[in-house]
Design a protein around this ligand. Structure first.
Ligand SMILES: Cc1ncc(COP(=O)(O)O)c(C=O)c1O
Length: 390
């Protein structure tokens, strides 16, 4: 166990299992080019900003009252958006929002995890999941992904049968790899879950499948969202966010689509009035102009595809860089770095912040503006040349 942070003396009765833990978070460094936390590099469009001002002004005069606990107007707007964007037919009652998809995921763990329960994920994957598990006393287990970061269906089904998890959690596109899950594979997993019981639950209970689609809007044409599968799978929850494609990371709005049974379970564990009237107003402002707001997505998709091709042409100690196939706004690249920290530091010395994450030998870069990507390419070329000449 690591040392307890110096600011928390033993005289403060921190939960035993939290002793030695540190707060999660990527470094927030003040550097010119930040490509480390998968944000959208473009600000919200002016129409959205105007709409925020109007809607928040209207909400402001009612701030003496608690907000609509059920946030029905926002849920209806989100259901409409999912119908258009993902061809998922959903009633407002099948959608639920919270302060970022982080909070959605925590609510899912609070409702379905807990002592004696297990959540199953597929590594490498998003590093927050073990924290939701820890905070809800849920056991966190992972199955390793294939070398190309796709899911091995047979291994996944075996693990589900053996572990009997309450939650099967799949990120699509996956973070940090960008790998999507296709509908057939998802349906196979969903079908298996119907036949499996849940350790620590009623004998008739089956695992729920949670798909984290935080980055789904960045997918190429032809790659499907899994949200339409909800219509035939009442044990499927698809979590989304406005943080990424909608350029709304600072607004903290995430949401989930699922059967009403799953949504009603989340309503049990949510804090009363968890979504402020101001957050609800801001979320609706983004959705008022969803088409405009998403206009930058296709450009970022092109940036990703071009950057992937460029990276594949670069070499490290004579070996070409690998790039994981990504349907997201970031790329996992390298695969051959025997000292990835040195590459990361070389870029940071040039004012470019990326992320040391994923399996050894790999690094992750998020797509930035055209200027930021030019800086990244120039910086990485220099760093790779430096390594070459050592
Ligand atoms: C896979 C995945 N899910 C969820 C989130 C959290 O997003 P939000 O800003 O909606 O809390 C992230 C953020 O990086 C992510 O990578």
């Amino acid at each position: 166990m690591s040392e307890t942070p110096a600011s928390i003396p033993r005289s403060i009765p921190l939960r035993n299992d939290l002793v030695g833990e540190v707060p999660y978070g990527a470094p927030q460094l003040d550097v010119p080019v930040c490509l480390n936390v998968n944000e959208n590099p473009y600000p919200p469009v002016p129409e959205v900003i105007d709409s925020i001002v109007e809607r928040v002004r209207a909400a402001a005069s009612g701030l003496n009252r608690y907000p609509d606990r059920e946030h029905m107007e926002l849920r209806a707007q989100l259901a409409h958006y999912l119908g258009k964007e993902s061809e998922a037919e959903l009633a407002a009652e099948q959608v639920w929002a919270a302060n970022g998809s982080n909070e959605i995921m925590l609510q899912l763990f609070q409702a379905f995890g807990g002592p004696g329960r297990t959540a199953l994920g597929f590594a490498p994957t998003y590093s927050m999941y073990p924290e939701y598990a820890r905070d809800t006393f849920t056991e966190w287990k992972t199955v390793k992904r294939n070398a190309d970061f796709t899911l091995d269906t047979r291994k996944a089904l075996d693990a589900i049968r053996a572990i009997k998890p309450a939650i099967v959690l799949i990120t699509s596109p996956n973070n940090p790899t960008g790998t999507p899950l296709d509908q057939e594979q998802a349906q196979e997993i969903l079908d298996e879950c119907r036949t499996v019981s849940v350790a620590g639950a009623d004998p008739t209970a089956h695992p729920i499948v949670v798909i984290d689609e935080a980055y789904i809007e960045f997918r190429n044409p032809g790659v499907a969202s899994l949200a339409p599968l909800i219509a035939h799978n009442d044990h499927l929850a698809v979590s989304r966010t406005l943080s990424k494609a909608f350029a709304y990371a600072g607004a903290r709005v995430g949401y989930v689509a699922a059967s009403t049974a799953i949504i009603d379970s989340l309503r049990i564990v949510r804090m009363p009035y968890h979504l402020s009237a101001i957050t609800q107003a801001a979320a609706m402002a983004a959705l008022d102009h969803a088409d405009l707001q998403l206009a930058q997505v296709s450009h970022l998709r092109e940036t990703r595809n071009e950057t992937a091709q460029w990276l594949e042409r670069q070499t490290y100690k004579g070996e070409p860089l690998k790039v994981a196939e990504s349907q997201s706004n970031f790329l996992l690249f390298g695969g051959v770095f025997d000292d990835r920290e040195a590459i990361f530091q070389g870029l940071l010395d040039r004012g470019i912040l990326i992320r040391v994450v994923g399996p050894q030998g790999w690094l992750r870069v998020c797509m930035g503006t055209d200027d930021e990507m030019t800086a990244f390419r120039t910086g990485l070329s220099e760093v790779l040349r430096e390594v070459e000449s050592r």
